[in-house]
Design a protein around this ligand. Structure first.
Ligand SMILES: C[S@@+](CC[C@H](N)C(=O)[O-])C[C@H]1O[C@@H](n2cnc3c(N)ncnc32)[C@H](O)[C@@H]1O
Length: 379
């Protein structure tokens, strides 16, 4: 177990909500005002690596279908760590994966549009504190095809205060002279909206950064509002994309199974997912124990995923999946009574609230009875 003093109530809320501050509708509307489709486009793909309830991506999808009279197909892909938000987004998007997008695997260079509004804040990597935005960028920037449109919503202080390296990354990633930066419609989170095309590298040479993006390093810079109406000519034309050949997260959750079972017979689901549930580790390697296995080893092996797959006892067969879930709890420490007033004291300062965040790693073992398809939670 790991405990830490939190940085304050707002940050604690942020952690509990896993940074869920969805793009406000007015900002989405403003973004639609600058977007259009490239001529003769037949199929486009949209990707949001932290899609929340899928609202912004499905709004963009709906808007883009109205941009042409031609037949166009649009596929939207998302990843989301929160179970309820994942289920909500499955109703709106073409394919959503439930799990930690920082471990999501997908092909490179396929999305016509990358919508990038990750959770904001710091996380620990070893002994270092690293910005989450940076980790999500490193993991997913490559999904956008060269020539595709980036729409990133990020806190403005990220660039001049917390992670200036990201200004350099964007300046090398985006097509010079074509990037525009706007204020988000809401002032609540000091967000800016960065729109641009991913560079098409013609000769494989090292890319010179776009000097125009140095503005991101200036704390006093001001940015215009997004256009309040549709433009005669859209500023960004979304190009033809393709579906990813690989798109997966190696984690199977109750919510994923719930979603997969909807509209499908349980039998079909199990056939499809038998392979998924059996990890590469379990299919490709025979587990050898250095000593005889004792009873206490089995739960540990199950929880670590080492025994994922089909496990049988004398009566039944079960499909088993072990997983570890990180649970955050935040609370205020008990207040000491002030003996003079009998009122709760607050250690001197009225405004300074300290809360304690504790992080637990809970092991869960899920097993599906292969006769009844019922989920049994073992631990
Ligand atoms: C700022 S919200 C953005 C939601 C949506 N993209 C939008 O713009 O409206 C960030 C989302 O990332 C999700 N999230 C946080 N950490 C994640 C992780 N490691 N993997 C996948 N999603 C994550 C949160 O649950 C939240 O829904």
């Amino acid at each position: 177990m790991f405990g830490s003093l939190s940085a304050g109530a707002r940050q604690d809320h942020n952690k509990r909500a896993r940074g869920y501050y969805r793009t406000d509708d007015q900002t989405t509307q403003g973004i639609c005002h600058v977007l259009g489709l490239r001529a003769h486009t037949q199929h486009i793909t949209l990707f949001d690596p932290c899609c929340g309830e899928g609202i912004v991506l499905s709004d963009l999808q709906n808007y883009l279908t109205t941009c042409t009279d031609d037949q166009i197909s649009i596929n939207s892909y998302g990843m989301e760590i929160d179970g309820q938000r994942y289920l909500a987004s499955c109703e709106k998007l073409t394919q959503v994966l439930h799990g930690d997008a920082l471990y999501g695997i997908a092909s490179s260079a396929w999305a016509s549009l990358l919508f990038f509004n990750p959770p904001y804040g710091y996380t620990k990597r070893g002994i270092k504190n690293v910005r989450l935005e940076q980790l999500f960028w490193e993991q997913h920037a490559n999904r956008l095809m060269p020539g595709g449109v980036l729409c990133a919503i990020l806190p403005v202080y990220l660039f001049y205060r917390d992670a200036p390296i990201m200004a350099d990354w964007l300046a090398r990633y985006l097509e010079p002279g074509q990037t525009r930066i706007y204020r988000a419609r809401t002032d609540q989170f000091q967000q800016i909206v960065i729109l641009g095309y991913r560079r098409i590298s013609k000769d494989g040479l090292v890319r010179e950064p776009d000097p125009a993006l140095r503005i991101l390093l200036d704390p006093d810079a001001t940015y215009p509002d997004l256009p309040s109406d549709y433009l005669d000519t859209p500023l960004y034309e979304i190009p033809e994309g393709r579906n990813p050949e690989v798109f997966r997260i190696h984690a199977l959750s109750k919510e994923t199974v719930q979603h997969m079972l909807e509209g499908k017979s349980a039998k079909a689901f199990f056939q499809e997912f038998k392979m998924f549930l059996v990890t590469e580790h379990a299919t490709q390697q025979k587990l050898r124990s250095v000593g005889p296995l004792r009873e206490g080893h089995i739960p540990a092996l199950l929880a670590s995923g080492g025994l994922d797959g089909i496990v049988a006892d004398n009566n039944n067969q079960y499909l088993v999946r072990g997983t570890v879930k990180t649970v955050l709890d935040t609370r205020e420490p008990a207040k000491e009574k002030n003996p003079d007033t009998e009122e709760n004291g607050d250690s001197g300062s009225k405004n300074h609230k300290v809360t304690i965040t504790t992080r637990r790693h809970e092991t869960r073992i899920m097993a599906w009875d292969m006769d009844t398809y019922e989920l049994l939670e073992v631990v």
